[in-house]
Design a protein around this ligand. Structure first.
Ligand SMILES: Nc1ncnc2c1ncn2[C@@H]1O[C@H](COP(=O)(O)OP(=O)(O)OP(=O)(O)O)[C@@H](O)[C@H]1O
Ligand SMILES: [Mg+2]
Ligand SMILES: [Zn+2]
Ligand SMILES: [Zn+2]
Length: 631
């Protein structure tokens, strides 16, 4: 489909969405689809729910946020369940302003933007559809037309709860234009759009001295005031403040805590009573979610001020810490790179991982637990079991430092460093070492960092580097083993056959010659020695393997070389040990002979075809590992 066709289709869709009718027609819609009259918090909750919620190991995963937000499951669960879900059920939290609090570049604005954009889209769907009184500056809920006395009857008959009263503009129109006949009031479908200032608003405080409350609640229209004669005539007032236009949807309040108190009081009454004061009118009903964001320092200053006590109790704070999982951090960087001008650059495997190791480490706090260190903690948080600790210990570790994740290196810093590495290196590919170097150079240029903090961070770069060295060696060695998986499996099977014969005191049969053979002691030992199984311990080690094997068999599962961590390690080491000299010599020789050259090419090809390298970083990796093995 070419662009013009798409444009035409869009226009058609747009037209198809439009609906206009009278209040009487609207009542029929409500009867058929009561959810069109839901309140703003409920609509947002249902938007998130409709996108699907999955549950994995007791942790809720929201599809709604899945493509943009990584590693913040607990935060999102709090936000959705404790705030939106409760608010949707009209519990008291909805009367509080939502405040996201967290460190810089931790995703607060991203979360708010997703809610706003999501709501624009949702209002175009059937499930998210809503309607408003046509011509109302606040596109208010038409059910406001129903007089207070009739509402209990209505609620009983329609099963729909009504909240809020008619705005001054509609009240006047109802009398002057429609003679009080509410059935005739015009109603239209409302499509949220921040651009069109419908249902989605953003308020940014300017200079506190010149800031006008009108920006929030509208103002007198001086061009028409002479015509209507009075400031209390709604026609002489423009209901175009951010709180007005965001009615039914969401208003983002940027830098809320920097704001003057008089602004905050307006918000309080809005969130608390569902109405606010504007001009010389009776209180004006509003149904909207107010969401603000701030950092920890600002929040602490705010709550330490006694004057703010009343406000404080009307705010619900959701902490948005940094992500603490290395693999999720990688996804953040991938996303940021996709959205940047770097997307044509090849990022070598593990380059983003080492950066993530660095930034996650900087966010972690030391644990008091015996045998725990930051690297172990990092791995544990990322779902890997480590010596002495298992996944079930994670919760306890997290509880040890509730402040964990509220400080450290932010994702933007890392991306900025990667992009500056690109500029200086002038290349088509960035590898892990380039990234680490760029991160380190960045620390040198960082003006506001203390000496201790710098040392701490440099140490994390060193740790990330060591992790990379291990990964790099393994990757190259694996690539040297012709068909690594197959070799590993063959060696493993061979070992098992021998262990079985050994434990049962029987002989093995050569599959080809059918000759009877003793178990190959040399082979078994050469594997066991790799992981330090001593001559004295070999018998019990072998027996343990055999017990595992049969317990797998009993459960109908196959025991393969991934089933036993230590044995897997032994097999891997044995394969590498056999090749060690070849790898070492081949990767570090300056003048390879024909045989070596052939091997290098094969290995490069494997790295490129199977492991995501490009010719540049494959070559760099081989050279680097060569130097590592010769140390
Ligand atoms: N956990 C995360 N998952 C996905 N992206 C993230 C995450 N944390 C940060 N980002 C990305 O980092 C960038 C900065 O985040 P964002 O602007 O949302 O942070 P913020 O908390 O609003 O920061 P500030 O306090 O500086 O306003 C964004 O591009 C965002 O997408
Ligand atoms: Mg922000
Ligand atoms: Zn109105
Ligand atoms: Zn590359």
């Amino acid at each position: 489909m070419d662009f013009l066709q798409k444009l035409e289709l869009y226009r058609q869709q747009q037209e198809a969405l439009a609906w206009e009718g009278t209040f009487k027609d609207y009542l029929q819609l409500v009867k058929a689809r009561p959810y069109i009259a839901q309140l703003s918090h409920a609509r947002i909750y249902n938007m998130i729910k409709d996108a699907d919620i999955e549950e994995e190991n007791g942790v809720k995963k929201y599809k709604f946020f899945a493509e943009e937000i990584f590693g913040l499951e607990k935060t999102l669960e709090k936000l959705v369940e404790e705030y939106f879900h409760s608010a949707a059920r009209r519990l008291d939290v909805r009367k509080r302003i939502l405040l996201l609090m967290g460190p810089v570049s931790g995703g607060k604005s991203t979360i708010v933007t997703m809610l706003k954009k999501g709501l624009e889209k949702y209002s175009r769907t059937d499930r998210g559809a809503l309607y408003g009184i046509k011509g109302c500056p606040m596109h208010e809920e038409p059910l406001h037309l129903i007089p207070e006395e009739l509402r209990p009857d209505f609620e009983r008959e329609y099963g729909v709860y009504i909240e809020g009263n008619l705005c001054p503009v509609c009240r006047l129109r109802l009398q002057t234009e429609f003679n009080g006949q509410i059935e005739l009031m015009p109603v239209e479908r409302v499509i949220f759009s921040e651009e069109n200032r419908i249902g989605i608003g953003t308020f940014t405080p300017s200079d506190p001295k010149s800031q006008d409350i009108a920006d929030l609640t509208g103002s007198i229209d001086f061009s028409t005031i002479t015509e209507y004669g009075s400031e209390s005539d709604p026609r002489a007032y423009r209901f175009d403040g951010e709180l007005n236009i965001a009615n039914r949807g969401i208003m983002e309040f940027q830098e809320m805590l920097k704001c003057d108190e008089k602004f905050l009081w307006n918000l309080l009454s809005l969130s608390q009573e569902g109405n606010f004061k504007a001009g010389r009118f009776a209180l004006i009903s509003a149904d909207e979610v107010v969401v603000a964001h701030t950092n920890e320092a600002e929040y602490k200053a705010f709550i330490s001020n006694k004057k703010n006590e009343a406000l404080q109790s009307r705010i619900i704070v959701i902490r948005v810490p940094y992500n603490l999982k290395v693999s999720e951090e990688v996804k953040i960087y991938e996303k940021l790179i996709r959205n940047s001008d770097m997307k044509h650059i090849h990022i070598a495997p593990h380059a983003l991982r080492v950066a993530s190791i660095f930034s996650v480490l900087s966010r972690l706090k030391e644990s008091k637990k015996q045998g725990m260190d930051l690297v172990k903690k990092m791995k544990l948080y990322d779902g890997e079991d480590v010596e002495g600790f298992k996944q079930k210990d994670v919760t306890e570790l997290l509880n040890e430092n509730p402040d964990e994740g509220m400080s450290g290196v932010d994702p933007r810093y890392v991306i900025n460093r990667i992009s500056s590495a690109l500029v200086t290196k002038d290349t088509t590919c960035i590898n892990a070492l380039d990234v680490l170097r760029a991160l380190k150079d960045g620390l040198d240029q960082h003006p506001s960092i203390t000496k201790e903090e710098k040392e701490r961070l440099i140490n994390f770069i060193a740790i990330a580097r060591r992790e990379f060295d291990e990964i790099a060696k393994k990757e190259v060695q694996k690539a040297f083993v012709y068909s690594y998986e197959e070799s590993a499996r063959t060696l493993f099977q061979n070992y098992l056959d021998n262990v079985e014969a050994y434990c049962n005191g029987v002989k093995l049969k050569d599959p080809i010659t059918e000759e009877e053979l003793d178990p190959d002691e040399k082979l078994m030992r050469s594997i066991e020695e790799q992981i330090g199984v001593s001559e004295n311990a070999k018998k019990s080690f072998r027996e343990e393997i055999l017990i595992r094997l049969s317990s797998y068999a009993r459960r109908g599962k196959t025991f393969d070389y991934n089933s036993h961590e230590r044995l897997k390690e032994a097999i891997e080491k044995k394969l590498f040990a056999d090749l060690k000299d070849v790898v070492k010599i081949t990767t570090s020789t300056r003048t390879p002979d024909a045989e070596q050259l052939k091997r290098i090419n094969q290995v490069s090809k494997r790295l490129i075809d199977e492991h995501g390298y490009c010719p540049v970083c494959a070559n760099e990796l081989l050279k680097y590992v060569g130097s590592l093995l010769n140390r």
